[in-house]
Design a protein around this ligand. Structure first.
Ligand code: GBH
Length: 467
């Protein structure tokens, strides 16, 4: 074949990069910021690899002008970042901290002056510790606190920010934070995880309603982490049921209340032994299912699952992790020969196409954005100081094509944000896992655009994968 498919994206397709406050900002004790659950968690021995914390991280709080300059250099159209609640409303309630808000005003102004559209995530996991001490997400009042905080941030930035999402991956906040405990606040009680899920969703609905009332033309949404799910053997009823169950617990348990207005009945039945969903009050479903202008999807990988099989030895890593309450009989499989990233996550680009077309098929129409997609790899730094992250270049390339395939199949995909702009604090893994298109030397804070960043610049310039 001589002609190359230019794989051009639709005009106006948004190309961006994403980060999150606790993963990059540092300056944990500056200008009136109070501790979040991630400060407490990361400072608790044994919770993060090597005891790493976000105290300094990428020092973005002090280096944001340089970082915006790098964004300009890559040519990104939009930048997705999160606001640290304990910076702008210390303690999680009451009046605003002007110095905290000023940081985000400076950042937004810097972005706008470089023609980069700011996309604000209101919550990327850094709950003020005081609210956790008052009960955290399992407490219903936290939803109202969040809506109040969201309204406050919108009041300060709404004149120059048009794109808002409430939560980043509420699945992680609920299930990793309160069931398996591998994320802050590190609690391990499955019924609490389900109550947390409901109150995160309620906070989403209340915040959307409040911002919408103040600003009818704002573009509002939420970001969910979705997985492609498949049964190990489609001829085995046990495997098919495992796939139904995990799709329910991973995807539909958030998609359904947000876009259809109720929890999926089969998932509630699966969870009967854990919770009676007594936390749902009259009117909650309607409150949660606010009309949205966009849905953010974070996609990383696929889960291949199987039911119990007496003939297969039950190796521990096959068992459903404790972050999946209600799935004790499900086995998570690693497929032999499928390449994995440095997180040990299987690379599965067709799963991205599948996820997008599935949401378009099963849910009411809403513009879709990939708000995160990317991969951790161990990067090679050459003697000349360049970073040849060949695996990441290939990962991105395959997933750009997967996005293009989804658009060709009719999915209303309107933009793509790479995770991540910079190497950063990878939660329980600390600084050992690097996801950036830009390398960060944590000793010197020097930034180096990796080969994947240079490649991204070309893709953005051509709005596609052609020459
Ligand atoms: C995203 O989460 C985050 O938004 C971002 O902050 C982070 O840096 C980035 O991805 C890279 O990790 O089956 O119990 O082992 C990633 C979504 C969801 C992926 C949970 C790992 C495993 C849960 N994560 N999943 S479990």
């Amino acid at each position: 074949m001589t002609s190359i498919d230019p794989l051009t994206f639709p005009p106006g397709f948004v190309w961006g990069a994403a980060t999150a406050s606790y993963q990059i900002e540092g300056a944990a004790q500056e200008d009136g910021r109070t501790p979040s659950i991630w400060d407490t968690f990361s400072h608790t021995p044994g919770k993060t690899l090597g005891g790493d914390t976000g105290d300094v991280a990428c020092d973005h709080y002090h280096r944001f002008r340089e970082d915006v300059g790098l964004m300009k250099d890559l040519g990104i159209n939009a930048y997705r970042f999160s606001v640290a609640w304990p910076r702008v409303q210390p303690g999680g309630s009451g009046s605003a901290n002007a110095k905290g808000l000023d940081f985000y005003r400076r950042l937004v102004d810097e972005l706008l002056s470089h023609d980069i559209t700011p996309w604000v995530t209101l919550y990327h996991w850094d709950l003020p510790q005081e609210l956790e001490d008052a009960g955290g997400w399992p407490a219903r009042d936290t939803a109202a606190r969040f809506a109040d905080y969201a309204t406050l941030v919108h009041g300060a930035l709404g004149d120059r920010v048009r794109h808002w999402t409430t939560f980043n991956e509420p699945w992680c906040s609920a299930f990793l934070g309160y069931a398996s405990g591998v994320h802050a606040p590190g609690r391990q009680h499955a019924p609490d995880a389900l109550a947390a899920m409901h109150h995160l969703l309620l906070g989403h609905g209340q915040a959307i309603e409040s911002i919408r009332a103040a600003d009818p033309t704002a573009q509002l949404g939420i970001t969910l982490n979705l997985y492609a799910i498949s049964a190990a053997d489609e001829t085995k009823p046990g495997d098919l049921d495992a796939a139904r169950r995990i799709d329910g617990l991973a995807n539909r348990i958030f998609l359904d209340p947000v876009l259809l207005g109720s929890y999926p009945a089969d998932v509630m039945a699966d969870l009967r032994g854990i919770s009676d969903f007594g936390f749902v009050r009259d009117g909650d479903h309607k409150q949660i299912a606010q009309p949205l202008d966009l849905l953010g999807i974070n996609y990383y990988s696929r889960h291949v699952v199987a039911g119990e099989d007496p003939d297969v030895p039950a190796e521990p890593y096959w068992r459903a992790p404790t972050s999946w309450p209600g799935s004790e009989t499900v086995r998570f499989l690693k497929r032999p020969g499928v390449p994995v990233t440095d997180m040990n996550w299987e690379v599965d680009a067709p799963g991205l196409t599948e996820t997008l077309t599935r949401v378009a098929r099963d849910y009411p129409a809403v513009p879709l954005y990939i708000t995160e997609n990317g991969a951790a790899y161990i990067d090679t730094v050459t003697d000349e100081g360049t970073v040849e992250d060949t695996d990441r270049v290939a990962y991105f390339d395959a997933h750009f094509r997967a996005c293009h395939d989804a658009i060709a199949a009719g999915a209303p995909l309107s933009g793509y944000f790479a995770w991540s702009l910079l190497d950063n604090f990878e939660w329980a893994w600390g600084y050992t896992k690097r996801f950036g298109m830009i390398r960060v030397d944590y000793d010197t804070q020097q930034r180096t655009v990796k080969a994947s960043g240079h490649r991204f610049r070309e893709v953005i310039k051509h709005n596609g994968l052609g020459e």
